[in-house]
Structure formats: C-alpha cells, structure tokens
Design a protein around this ligand. Sequence first.
Ligand SMILES: C[S@@+](CC[C@H](N)C(=O)[O-])C[C@H]1O[C@@H](n2cnc3c(N)ncnc32)[C@H](O)[C@@H]1O
Length: 329
Amino acid sequence: VKPELDEGPIFDLMSAHMQTRLTEIGLRLGLFEALRQAKTLDELRLEVSIGRRAVEVLTTALASFGLVLLTPGERAELTALARAYLLEESPFYKGDLFALIAREEMELLRKVYLQDGQRRAVTSQWLAGRVRDPQVQGSGTHANTFAAACALSAQLRFTRPMRLLDVGGGVGSFSIALALNHPEVRCVVLDLPQMEQTARQWIERYRLGDRVDFIGTDMFGDWPRGQYDAVVFSNVLHNWPDRRSELLAKAFAHLPSGGRLLVQEVLLDDAKDGPRAAALWSAMILLEMDGQQMSLPELSRHLQAAGFGAAERVATFGAYSLVSAEKAG
Ligand SMILES: C[S@@+](CC[C@H](N)C(=O)[O-])C[C@H]1O[C@@H](n2cnc3c(N)ncnc32)[C@H](O)[C@@H]1O
C-alpha cells in the first residue's frame, strides 16, 4: 500500500490560509516596520511585544515566504520584496490588502497565542490524560500521517522479524502502514486510554488486530514491559520541547543494544528559513498546542544527549523525513 501521487498540492490547499494570516499578523504587529534595520530575534520580539516561540515561528514562516532573511547570530532583516510592498512608506504598499483578522481576534493573538508560558488547551488536556474528541483527533492525525507512513514503509527493508513500540501513536497510522507493507513486523501502539476504541477501529479496518496491538497509558508514566527492536515517535517530539529529553531517555532505556529509534517528522532546514511546509506546521502548532518543528541539527543534539549514535536522515514523502539512530551495543 503506497500513495502514487505527491501530497504537496493538497497540503498547500489545506495550509494556504496560514500564509495570509501570518503575513497579516506580521503587518499588524509592526514586525516589518521593526525590521527596517536588521535585528536579533530577541531585539525584535521585545520591540513588537511577543514571546520567544512566536518570534521564532513567525520569522521562520516569513522567511519561507521570501519576506524576511535570517542570517547567522539569530538576526533577521527584510528582503527587497518586503521593503518594496510591506513598508508603509513605500509608494507600492500592499499591507492594506491583508484585512481578514478581526480586531478582537488580533488582541487575543497578541495577548495569549503569541506569548510564552501559556499552555495551549490541547497540550493541557493531554497532560491531564484526556483527549477532547478521540474520533476527530484520530481521523485528523491519520489524514496527516498515513500517506507518508505508507510511502516510508514501502522504502524500508527488514532482514528479520521486528517488534516496534509506537509511542504517542494516535490511531496507529505509522504502525498500520508498517504492518501492511511488512508481514514480519509487529507493533504496539501506545497512546492515551481514551484513544483505544478509535485506534482499534482503525487497526481492524485493515484487519491487523493480530499484529498491531494498542496499550492505553500515559507516555510520561511507565511504558509496557517487553522486547522491542525499535521505538517510534511519529509527529510526537515536536509537541514536547520541555519534556523531549524525558521521552528520549525512556526510549533509550527500553531498547536493547543495537535497537533503533525511528522519528518521523517534518523538519526545518538548518538555517530555519524553510521549507514552507515545516514553517507552516510550526505556525499551526503555535496556535493550537505547545511545541514547534525542529531542524535536523537540533533533533540530532537531543538524540545524542539521550545516548543514541549519529542520526541518519532520509527524506521520505512530501515534506516528511525519517530520522533514525541506534543505541550502540
Ligand atoms: C500529533 S499526534 C501524533 C499521532 C501519531 N503518532 C501520528 O503520527 O499520526 C500526538 C499523539 O500523542 C498522543 N499523546 C499526547 N499526550 C500523550 C500522553 N501523555 N501519553 C500518551 N499519548 C499522548 C495524542 O493522543 C496524539 O495521538
């Protein structure tokens, strides 16, 4: 089972509104005016009164649209395009064409969503062990993940039977894709107990109940005992900047020597000025949850700090990559 067509055009349709919104947010904050002179991200965020995560996410997104240039030392400046059309002094100013965000909504963005230290509702619920609507969350994450996971699975080769623990596995999209393409693979999906019924429905839809199991538990608590050859984090590590090392330490402890960590993520490039899909994911996360997308050097540093060997990255499908690292023997 693997997708035949690139999913990029559909992602573009789904995320197009975010490009308009983020450009308008930049305008309404006065971010382009503030960048008349190059500034560090910290200087910029103080000038426009937003948090550290918001300034990173916004400048990355605007850089991926060709409006901001990010230079070493965490400095940002305007591109010629932004100077020509998004500074009020320009005779060809086009900022007034971006007028979709209501005043009240902009106030909420300014006071809450663009500030640090305010946990988002979805993250707070997950930390309390709850999922607002398992069906809606499950079908959303599945739509996001399954094509990429199937394309990736078709590229993987296993020389022996494998047992995988898919942590924060949602409805099992990654595990289902792997099991469909590899009869020798068995997976255990670990997610919050409320996801169990929905996950089992998805697993049964593909008649994989004998090879894909589900365990409902808190991933920050005890993980199920068992022999696993690999631990999977698919679209999970980006949500937990302050607890990432805890999750990686658990994965390291549960793997035998020679076991592998598999991380499926949409990665930012090293300069953090794109690609646009990764930048837009970070922005969508900013408005709904804690966290943001990572670059490969950032992710590699986390993996190595947890004891894993060198990270290997393979671009898999659409904007997705698989990053893997071994627990050395
Ligand atoms: C962004 S989704 C990723 C789902 C899936 N791995 C994928 O790639 O489609 C994050 C998942 O983490 C799960 N999760 C959040 N907090 C959790 C916790 N404390 N314990 C277990 N799972 C958790 C959520 O229920 C959700 O399914």
